[in-house]
Design a protein around this ligand. Structure first.
Ligand code: HEC
Length: 108
């Protein structure tokens, strides 16, 4: 009985979070998934000098984005320096692009 109440409370707590996530634009959810499984290790901490996300990251990303999204995506696909091609995954081009779009959406 207690278990049922807990599950109910959990479901209620999850609903607004899920609604918020789907409200946050038309991002391909595959991008966030790939980011969280493969890219976050370097790009959330700045490991190996990876351009970080979040507060204050705008000044790092603005010059990168000046070359245009296609070029930035192509670096993510082909790799550059310590940035492994496709973040070291076998993700296809569309998924890598979606991950980059997700990352860019987190630049502040
Ligand atoms: C092993 C650490 C590491 C992982 C994992 C990683 N990156 Fe990176 N990434 C880097 C580093 C380091 C750079 C900076 C490369 C440079 O400029 O020399 C970079 C740069 C980038 C850039 C900027 C490209 C530009 O315009 O210069 C993008 C976009 C990017 N990564 C996307 C991704 C995506 C998407 C993933 C996951 C699929 C990913 N990265 C996983 C380390 C990583």
């Amino acid at each position: 009985m207690l278990k049922m109440i807990c599950a109910g409370a959990l479901a209620l707590a999850l609903v607004p979070a899920m609604a918020m996530a789907s409200d946050s634009g038309k991002l391909n959810p595959a991008g966030e998934k790939l980011y969280k499984s493969a890219c976050i290790a370097c790009h959330s901490t700045g490991a190996a000098n990876a351009p970080k996300l979040g507060k204050g990251s705008k000044k790092v990303w603005e010059p990168l984005l000046e070359k245009g999204m296609d070029e930035v995506v192509s670096i993510a696909i082909n790799g550059k320096g310590s940035m492994p091609a496709r973040g070291g995954t076998k993700a296809d081009d569309a998924a890598v692009r979606a991950a980059v779009e997700y990352m860019v959406s987190r630049v502040q």
